[in-house]
Design a protein around this ligand. Structure first.
Ligand code: GDP
Ligand code: MG
Length: 222
């Protein structure tokens, strides 16, 4: 089974090397989609042995995941694991995702709620829960961590999922696509690591509101 890590990264030069070091032992291929970073993200990722695809301009998380899925399919990958480039995910948990796929899941979401939101600031918990409710109301699919970036997809899921959104809406869209395609969706508990760095760089309340509006538009026009 060929396993690829797909790491979307936007200006993560500070953390990408460490993320790749921890990811390397668990996968066959490391794919970094550098989304128009203006820092040394691409260069560092390349030096760490990752395959790097760069967007010329910043196109957003959804576009980056789309680029990564296309590359993974071309490389005939069996499983894609997405994880964040800012060090918020523990790559040592990758085998849990692979196991869930081996046990029959098409798509796996790492859920911070299943570990009791440990270490997650309260305002993030609220935003997180809101994301779940919005995903349920708009797309009729309930998951306990709709905004999680730690996920796994098998080849069947990669072939079925169509990503049409460009930015942070992609997290809810992936859940919606799982439902539309009747994918076997499983959740596994994950830790989330909140450092000062990741919190200062993370998405703001304003992005949350923008994402909500785009999701409503996506729902209306689909
Ligand atoms: N490709 C791409 N990735 C992004 C963008 N913004 C954030 N990311 C990546 O997506 C992941 C999660 O983003 P982050 O801002 O930490 O979201 P949060 O942790 O949910 O607040 C990180 O690996 C970021 O590097 C973007 O515009 N394009
Ligand atoms: Mg983050």
């Amino acid at each position: 089974m060929k396993i690829a890590a797909l790491i979307p990264a936007y200006n993560e030069a500070q953390t990408i090397a460490e993320v790749l070091e921890h990811t390397r032992p668990h996968v066959d291929v490391m794919l970094v989609v550098d989304d128009g970073s203006s820092d040394r993200t691409a260069e560092i990722a390349h030096a760490q042995g990752a395959l790097v695809v760069s967007h010329v301009i910043n196109r957003g998380l959804g576009a980056a995941i789309g680029t990564g899925f296309a590359a993974a399919k071309k490389m005939n990958v069996d499983v894609v694991i997405t994880l964040d480039a800012d060090g918020q995910h523990d790559a040592n948990e990758i085998p849990v995702f692979v196991k869930a796929i081996q046990n029959g899941a098409d798509m796996v979401i790492g859920s911070r709620m299943l570990t009791g939101f440990k270490g997650m600031p309260w305002y993030r918990r609220v935003a997180q829960l809101l994301g779940n409710v919005v995903t349920l109301v708009l797309f009729g699919a309930w998951v306990t961590d709709s905004q999680s970036g730690f996920r796994a997809f098998n080849r069947y899921a990669l072939d079925k999922i169509e990503i049409k959104t460009n930015r942070m809406e992609v997290s809810s869209e992936l859940v919606s696509e799982a439902k539309r395609n009747q994918l076997a969706l499983k959740e596994v508990p994950i830790k989330a690591i909140y450092t000062e760095y990741s919190l200062s760089k993370g998405q703001s309340f304003f992005v949350g509101v923008k994402t909500l509006v785009k999701l409503v538009l996506r729902r209306i026009t689909q």
